[in-house]
Design a protein around this ligand. Structure first.
Ligand code: TYD
Ligand code: MG
Length: 442
């Protein structure tokens, strides 16, 4: 970057009379080769009261759920890592984001090291994107990417993906730790200097050959991961790091013909209001980030057909955890499931890893075993211990408030404080035996 503001360290490819960041006049000086440090904060030490606050005005991405996830929009100059498994939809979502930002008048440069511009254009056409301010570049060499940035001066940069960037020709394998780190560090520095928002895509790979997103998380302001199953159409964007907002938030999307469509009201998305009452189903309010989502746990307990050990299959639940729960049910409720097949699933393809789902799993299994329906207006949650005890889970009151708001009539929950003003009936149970009785599946 050849010019830098003496006052605040702002960088620009061109000499400027007035600094756009600190407003200083005639403050730009040329940066000579070799003088380049990591000094985007400032060229010299500044006393704390003199340090200018970064501009915290946020820019909407055009996709509401992404704005919410980021804490209210993009901070100009921030670096956002976008991780996810290959094929999950990163390029799709980023192209949609790039188009939305370009559509609101920002100049966006989308650099792909994996696809030719024509391929990206094909995808853009499928997504119905036509925005003149969106520029495509197929390039892997960082030097040439930087050159393009200097020529175009985009406000938003997308690099898809970090693993294809060659930061230093002598810097080791493409996609290796050294290359990926160097590329991320240089792009992050550039983004700060130019106040250019920068999205860096990174594939999560199973093998150890490539450097995954974890190797650069420390270099970025925000790290989000796109999750889901390739078979299902559900995608969850989760933030794990955010220098400008809270983490552990999620945004829910559905992959369709026209790309990723946001699910604005995910709470009830997985549990339709008019779902039929049937044995083997239990509704649980689980937490994704700080958001309560309703999920339906479905169980099928059936006589074992074959020889050998009975079947134990589950989707979206932890196998070992469920095995323990089945043993607890067997022992504490005298339910004979040791020799029967048990199939369990979280409807809708969500992965549920939190202990609050324990009681829901027990309820669904018992409901199927006894062939008795749990009323569809009833929810259940709680962690189950080895002794069959039911224990409190985090944010119990929030879960209750949410299901109350959604119109559920009854909740079977662990002991603990209750929020005021609920209109649903809450029954606190201390054991799976009590829970089974309360649900009529004992
Ligand atoms: P992609 O964004 O290329 O994934 P990534 O960049 O994370 O590797 O998307 C991969 C899949 O998404 C691909 O199999 C096709 C599918 N897809 C849709 O279902 N709908 C769409 O509108 C688009 C563009 C892709
Ligand atoms: Mg891709």
């Amino acid at each position: 970057m050849p010019y830098r503001c003496r006052e605040c360290g702002y960088r620009s490819p061109k000499w400027l009379g007035r600094c756009p960041r600190c407003g200083g006049w005639d403050s730009f000086e040329e940066v000579r080769e070799g003088e380049e440090g990591g000094g985007w904060i400032g060229a010299r030490p500044q006393a704390l009261p003199q340090v200018k606050k970064p501009p915290l005005e946020r820019v909407s991405t055009g996709i509401r759920e992404v704005d919410r996830l980021l804490g209210g929009g993009l901070i100009p100059g921030s670096v956002i890592l976008f991780g996810g498994e290959p094929g999950i939809g990163k390029s799709t979502l980023l192209l949609q984001l790039a188009a939305a930002l370009a559509g609101s008048g920002r100049k966006v440069l989308y650099v792909s090291g994996e696809e030719a511009p024509a391929q990206v254009k094909l995808r853009a056409e499928r997504l119905g994107i036509q925005t003149p301010e969106l520029y495509l570049l197929s390039e892997q060499h960082l030097l040439r990417i930087v050159k393009a940035i200097e020529e175009l001066s985009p406000q938003v940069l997308v690099v898809d993906s970090l693993q294809t960037v060659v930061a230093r020709p002598e810097g080791g394998d493409i996609g290796g730790v050294a290359q990926v780190r160097e590329a991320a560090a240089q792009l992050a520095r550039l983004a700060k200097g130019l106040e250019m928002t920068c999205f860096l895509v990174s594939h999560i790979t199973k093998g150890g050959e490539f450097a995954g997103p974890k190797t650069v998380e420390h270099l970025v302001d925000v790290a989000v991961y796109l999750e889901g199953t390739r078979e299902g159409d559900l995608r969850i964007l989760r933030s794990v790091k955010n220098r400008f907002g809270s983490t552990n938030e999620v945004a829910v999307f559905q992959m369709g013909e026209e790309g990723l469509i946001e699910v604005p009201d995910p709470a009830t998305f997985f549990v339709p209001r008019d779902r039929p009452a049937r044995p083997g189903a239990a509704v649980v309010p689980v937490l994704e980030g700080t958001r309560p989502l309703l999920v339906e746990i479905q169980a099928l307990v059936a006589p074992s057909m074959g020889y050998g050990p009975p079947q134990r299959r589950m989707a979206g639940l932890d196998f070992n955890r469920v095995s323990v729960l089945l043993a607890v049910i067997e022992k504490r409720l005298g339910a004979h499931i040791g020799a029967t097949d048990v199939y369990l699933a979280v409807a809708g393809g969500l992965e549920v890893r939190e202990p609050a789902v324990d009681l829901g799993v027990c309820a669904a299994v018992l409901s199927s075993l006894r062939d008795r329906v749990i009323p569809p207006d009833t929810v259940v949650f709680g962690e189950v211990g080895l002794a069959g005890d039911v224990r409190p889970v985090r944010k119990g009151p929030e879960r209750l408030r949410e299901v109350d708001k959604l119109g559920f009539r009854r909740a079977i929950v662990p002991p603990g404080p209750l929020p005021k003003g609920l209109s649903l009936e809450v029954e606190r149970v201390a054991s799976v035996v009590e829970a089974a009785e309360a649900l009529g599946v004992g």
